[in-house]
Design a protein around this ligand. Structure first.
Ligand code: TXA
Ligand code: MG
Length: 357
């Protein structure tokens, strides 16, 4: 299959050229095809979410396990009623504040939603993205666009159109290139079918923000505990996603101890003949000695760290490193999403440095 790639200027969505691109994407989606498109979190791989055959193509293109349900993307509140049964008052409150935006809510599904989209579940995940290109494309594509992240299963989520091309060129109908995404980690997932509502995946909409709106919100323990025996409630969270090709270890502790341990382990691995990558920060990179050293950004700007994370993992893939050592990050705000993704990429391999040694 020849994949059409079209660049769209987000600041000129009303231009003739943008309208042509969105129309073309909409036609493909309505005909049951696959279109990758930017959202504020990561690039999504879209298909008509109410068309079982179209949704099935997503699983085939990504190599995604068929029990892993898809998020349906909508562009207005009226659409929610068509796919979700029993929308609690709290959900309406949250939607008023957080939609459109980087939040997915889970509801009981209506009969309009095929099991092929929900991986056989009676519930449906719904998100209203705020990226204007995404919103236009959802409207033009029929209003209900099922979209997982547009990566091959097991690869880091794409934050640039180039990443989508690397993984899916020739396997999908079209890529709409809207430039780099804004946030860089996937949406927060909040299960509204339980009381109190439960976060199944941390993202840019934090627990604190949600609790301010509706009171107590729980967090699925399986996503924060390093005990892999707990089974996450979002089916997709059980896979070792975002896996870089190299073996990734996170080194946690006081900065001085972390840096000297990473330098030590790097020297050792290089001596053994391996290629090593290091994920440091603007504050620390100069203190690393050997290996492929990258800064993920400054510790004073966690949003920047989030937006660089998947890109850095891909860069290390391209550079064929065998081992990656990464610093750890604080877990407040979007930090919990950063550490959740990093821990998953590392298969929960964390080295704790005690006593600054
Ligand atoms: O930011 C995002 O959410 C991106 C963009 C494209 O919108 N999408 C995304 O989709 O991250 P995906 O498929 O890569 O991740 C969806 C996650 C999976 O872990 C899946 O198991 C979970 O959502 N999920 C979907 N429907 C669910 C349901 N009914 N119950 C529990 N978990 C669900
Ligand atoms: Mg994904």
């Amino acid at each position: 299959m020849n994949t059409i790639i079209e660049k769209i200027d987000k600041t000129q969505l009303n231009s003739k050229e943008s309208i042509r691109i969105i129309k073309m994407a909409g036609e493909i989606l309505k005909a049951g095809g696959l279109v990758a498109f930017p959202t504020e979190t990561v690039y999504g791989l879209g298909a008509d979410g109410l068309n079982e055959e179209a949704a099935a193509k997503i699983y085939a293109a990504k190599g995604r396990p068929s029990d892993n349900p898809l998020i349906i993307h909508i562009a207005n509140m009226a659409s929610l009623k068509r796919i979700a049964k029993r929308i609690p008052e709290t959900a309406v409150k949250i939607a008023e504040k957080c939609w459109p935006g980087p939040l997915t809510m889970i509801f009981e599904k209506t009969d309009a939603v095929p099991y092929g989209t929900t991986g056989g579940l009676e519930t449906v995940a719904v998100r209203m993205p705020c990226d204007e290109t995404a919103a236009a494309l959802i409207r033009e594509g029929g209003g209900f666009i099922a979209a997982p992240s547009a990566n091959t299963s097991g690869r880091p989520s794409p934050t640039k159109a180039r990443h989508v091309k690397e993984d899916l060129d020739g396997r999908i109908d079209m890529i709409v290139d809207g430039g780099p995404v804004d946030i860089g980690v996937e949406s927060t997932i909040l299960d509204m079918t339980v009381m109190p509502p439960m976060i199944l995946r941390p993202g840019a909409v934090t627990r604190e923000m949600l609790e301010e709106l509706i009171g107590t919100v729980c967090v699925d323990q399986a996503i924060i505990s390093s005990d892999s025996k707990e089974r996450p409630k979002a089916p997709g969270m059980k896979y070792r996603h975002y896996a870089p090709r190299a073996e990734l270890s996170i080194v946690e502790g006081q900065a001085g101890g972390v840096i000297s341990r990473i330098n030590h382990m790097t020297a050792q691995k290089i001596q053994e003949g391996y290629k090593v990558g290091i994920i440091g920060t603007d504050e620390t990179v100069e203190q690393y000695k050997d290996g492929v050293i990258k800064s993920i950004g400054t510790r004073t700007d966690e949003a920047e760290i989030a937006s660089r994370l998947y890109g850095i993992l891909r860069e290390f893939d391209d550079e064929r490193v065998d081992y990656i050592f990464s610093e750890a990050f604080p877990t407040g705000g979007i930090g919990s999403a950063i550490m959740n993704r990093l821990l998953k990429a590392a298969g929960h391999h964390v080295i704790h440095i005690v006593n600054d040694k």
